[in-house]
Design a binder for this molecule. Sequence first.
Ligand code: ASP
Length: 325
Amino acid sequence: MALHFKFAAIAATAALMGTSALAQGFPDRQITMIVPFAAGGPTDTVGRLIAEKMSADLGQQIIVENVGGAGGTLGAGQVAEAEADGYTILLHHIGMATSATLYRNLAYKPLDAFEYVGLVTEVPMTLVARQDFEPTDMAGLLTYLKDNAETTTMANAGIGSASHLCGMLFMQAVEAPIVTVPYKGTGPAMTELLGGQIDLMCDQTTNTAEQIKGGTIKAYATTAPARLDIFPDLQTVAEAGLPTMEVGIWHGLYAPKGTPAEATDRLSASLQKALADPDIAAKFGELGTQPVAADQGTPAALKAKLEGEITRWQPIIETAGVYAD
Ligand code: ASP
């Protein structure tokens, strides 16, 4: 009876303060982070590193669930429909912005369907090939594609994925009709590249760095505006004469629309701690990237980024005329 009274009093106080009792003790159980691509790929890698750090801070486990397919829109759509209680969150990348234009029949509106938690990282991409692919450098690749584009294959993680975007920019830049092959994520695509079943892929260093270092695939260029610290010999796309291929793959953390601010604020505070953690900087650094500055791990920073990026990519995609429907 006394206990009942106490709970009722807490709930009443919380209601008076405009704070939901649900979110007050947030989180009091396990959280699911949906990664909208297959396990073992670059988005998965970023998600797992951040989930591990945030779990320690939140005192509750964040488990990663991979929902790959349709360039990230299946997983994002699942989170858009999930209960808005803070216990289902989404780690997505630039595809959140490009899918707004690429998918004309998307069941959710990227700008309206989510609450924002914060920005996580921006990852450079690398144009890579199976180890025994004939061209040995970027100049050789460009010459090779003049006669062989139609028999050259390039992997991506479906329309709307970062690898698709990069491939699209590449094909536009070199005007070569390369054959694209979609996967549920570039984790499985990397397996095929290593097995020699596919020729090319443009993917994030969070997936390619270890393989480039190990010499199991070859790299032609990076999409970063400057050479990468981990691969100082790798030329940039601008140096290779393809400046329109420059792109960085930013990642953000979202929750379904209507998630209480108490939960998103708690998640955001935890994300900011993770971003400031030297261990995360070191692990990201090994993979050729860096966390964003901790003050970018906020709802406002992610919202501004998404809005700006939808505006930026819309005309480029419309000019390319590539749609998923
Ligand atoms: N993010 C990757 C891409 O867009 C896919 C993945 O994470 O597997 O290509």
